[in-house]
Design a protein around this ligand. Structure first.
Ligand SMILES: [Zn+2]
Ligand SMILES: [Zn+2]
Length: 372
C-alpha cells in the first residue's frame, strides 16, 4: 500500500476539552459530514438535531455539507466538539476546489469533478461512495476523496466503489440514520449491513487515472506527449475526452469506431450511461468505464490523436467543445478541424426529431428521481 496515498487528504484530529460528552476522533481522510453524522449518533441524536444545536439558523443538510465551512462556522463547531477549526476545515472539499480552479468558492449547482448529491430537502440521489471491504475492516466512515468524480475504486482493496445500498438500491443517505443505530454501517432505509455488499474488481486503467490525477495535487505536472500538464490542464483535457467518448458512444459511425480503436477504445463495449446525466451524477462503474478509456487515450498522446482525426475525417461537431475551446495541449487539432469543416458541410444529426434513445434517457432520469 502506498502510504503517501492515504496522507494526501485531511490528517484527522482527536477532540480536546469538548463540551459534548462523546466526540469520536475525526479520522484520517474523513469528510466533514461523515464525522458529524458519527458525532450525532455518539450523542444519541440524529444529524439534524446536532447541527441545529451548532448552527441554529443553517439548514445544514439541505445543500452539500462537505463543500466548505467558514471560519466562523468552524470555530463554533470546534468549541463544542474540541476538534481544532483547521482540522474541521481540512475535512471539507474547499481546499481541493481551490487547487483545481484557483477560486475559493464553489459555484451554485454542479462543480466539475465533484460528485453531486442531488439534494432535495434531506433526500439525495447519490454523491457518496464507499468500499464494502473498508467498511468491514474499519469504523464505517466516508472519505474526502470519495466525493471526487475521478475516484471510482478503492486502491487498497482494488474493487469498484458503491454509491447505493445493494439490497434496496437506495442512494446512500447516512444523514438519515437515527439512534438506536450507532454507526454509519447500515442502509438508512432497509438497515442492510453495507459491508456485506458484493464487490467488483477494479478496472486497472481507471485506477491508473485515479492515481495519476491524485498525484498532480502533490507533483507539479504530468507528461502528455511533448506537453507538461498542470492539474487544471490535465483535468480540462480529460474532461474533453470524456465528452467526445460519450458523444461518440451515443451516435457511433464507422469513422469514429476506427478513430477510437486506434486510440485504444472499443466503442462497442462503451455503454452510454442510461440516464445521460452529467459526469458528476454518474455511478462509480459508469465513471470507471469512461475514465479507463480516457487513460488509454492519454497514453496514446497528441502526436497520434491529431493525425488520426485528420485521416478518419472526424466531424468537427464531435471533437469541438460547445464553447469552441480545445484543451491547450490539443491546439493543433483546431487547424485540422477547420479544414474538415470546409470538406464536410452536411447538416448535423441534432436537427432530427428526438430519437428513441434520448426518450429512454429521459425516462431513466425520471425513475432515478423516484428513488430519492
Ligand atoms: Zn477498500
Ligand atoms: Zn437499503
Amino acid at each position: 500500500m502506498d502510504a503517501s496515498y492515504q496522507c494526501r487528504w485531511g490528517a484527522g484530529a482527536s477532540p480536546v476539552n469538548a463540551v459534548w460528552p462523546l466526540v469520536p476522533p475525526l479520522l484520517q481522510g474523513e469528510v466533514i459530514s461523515s464525522w458529524l453524522m458519527r458525532c450525532a449518533l455518539a450523542q444519541g441524536c440524529d444529524a439534524t438535531t446536532l447541527t441545529g444545536e451548532v448552527w441554529p439558523r443553517l439548514r445544514f443538510w439541505c445543500s452539500d455539507p462537505d463543500r466548505q465551512l467558514s471560519l466562523e462556522q468552524a470555530n463554533r463547531l470546534s468549541r463544542l466538539s474540541g476538534i481544532p477549526p483547521a482540522a474541521l476545515q481540512a475535512a471539507t472539499l474547499q481546499s481541493l476546489y481551490q487547487t483545481m480552479t484557483g477560486t475559493p468558492c464553489f459555484p451554485r449547482g454542479i462543480a466539475p469533478w465533484f460528485l453531486c448529491l442531488g439534494c432535495r430537502n434531506r433526500r439525495r440521489c447519490g454523491g457518496l461512495q464507499y468500499c464494502p471491504e473498508c467498511f468491514k475492516e474499519q469504523i464505517p466512515h466516508y472519505l474526502i476523496q470519495g466525493r471526487l468524480a475521478w475516484h471510482t475504486s478503492c486502491p487498497v482493496h482494488r474493487v469498484i466503489l458503491l454509491d447505493h445500498c445493494e439490497c434496496c438500491h437506495a442512494p446512500l443517505c447516512p444523514q438519515l440514520i437515527t439512534p438506536p443505530q450507532e454507526t454509519l454501517g447500515q442502509c438508512h432505509r432497509c438497515e442492510y449491513e453495507l459491508r456485506r455488499a458484493s464487490t467488483e474488481a477494479v478496472q486497472p486503467n481507471a485506477l491508473s487515472f485515479q492515481r495519476a490525477t491524485d498525484g498532480l495535487f502533490s507533483s507539479p505536472a504530468r507528461r502528455y506527449g511533448d506537453h507538461l500538464l498542470l492539474l487544471t490542464e490535465w483535468l480540462a483535457l480529460s474532461r474533453w475526452m470524456i465528452g467526445i467518448l460519450r458523444t461518440a458512444a451515443r451516435a457511433p459511425s464507422p469513422c469514429t469506431h476506427m478513430f477510437f480503436r486506434e486510440l485504444g477504445v472499443n466503442l462497442t463495449d462503451l455503454e452510454p450511461p442510461p440516464t445521460g446525466l452529467p459526469f458528476e451524477y454518474l455511478s462509480p462503474a459508469e465513471r470507471a468505464s469512461l475514465l479507463a478509456n480516457v487513460w488509454s487515450m492519454l497514453e496514446v498522446g497528441p502526436e497520434r490523436l491529431i493525425p488520426l482525426a485528420e485521416r478518419e475525417r472526424i466531424r468537427p461537431s464531435l471533437l469541438l467543445p460547445r464553447d469552441g475551446e480545445l484543451p491547450a495541449s490539443l491546439a493543433g487539432l483546431g487547424a485540422v478541424l477547420k479544414s474538415a469543416r470546409r470538406l464536410n458541410n452536411r447538416p448535423s444529426p441534432s436537427d432530427n426529431p428526438r430519437s428513441v434513445k434520448s426518450v429512454l434517457m429521459r425516462w431513466q432520469r425520471l425513475l432515478r428521481k423516484f428513488q430519492r
